[in-house]
Every structure is written in C-alpha cells, then in structure tokens.
Design a protein. Structure first.
Length: 56
C-alpha cells in the first residue's frame, strides 16, 4: 500500500510544491512474478520521500 500528498502555493511570483510519499507502508515482502530474480531479491521495503519543489 502506498500513499502520497502534496500542497501547492505561491510565494513572490514563484510556484511552491511541498510533497511527501510513503511506499510499501505495511513493509510487505514484494516479489514480482515477472522477475527472474524473484526468489533471490525481493523489492525494496518501506520508504519515505519528501521535498520542496520551486518553479520560477
């Protein structure tokens, strides 16, 4: 299960985006059926990505 959120705003004529993303929230063991290495190398576990994007 994944989740993501973002907030957009403007400041001094610039576009600001604050974002956050959560990947594999339940920290499940994920193995892709199409991968030749599914038995040796599962997909990555829980992950967080956050940041601020500025466009001008």
């Amino acid at each position: 299960m994944d989740a993501a959120a973002e907030y957009r705003s403007g400041f001094n004529g610039q576009n600001l985006t604050l974002f956050m993303s959560l990947k594999n929230i339940a920290d499940e063991d994920i193995r892709l059926s199409t991968s030749f290495f599914r038995d040796e190398a599962p997909e990555a576990g829980f992950g967080v990505e956050a940041g601020l994007r500025v466009s001008f």
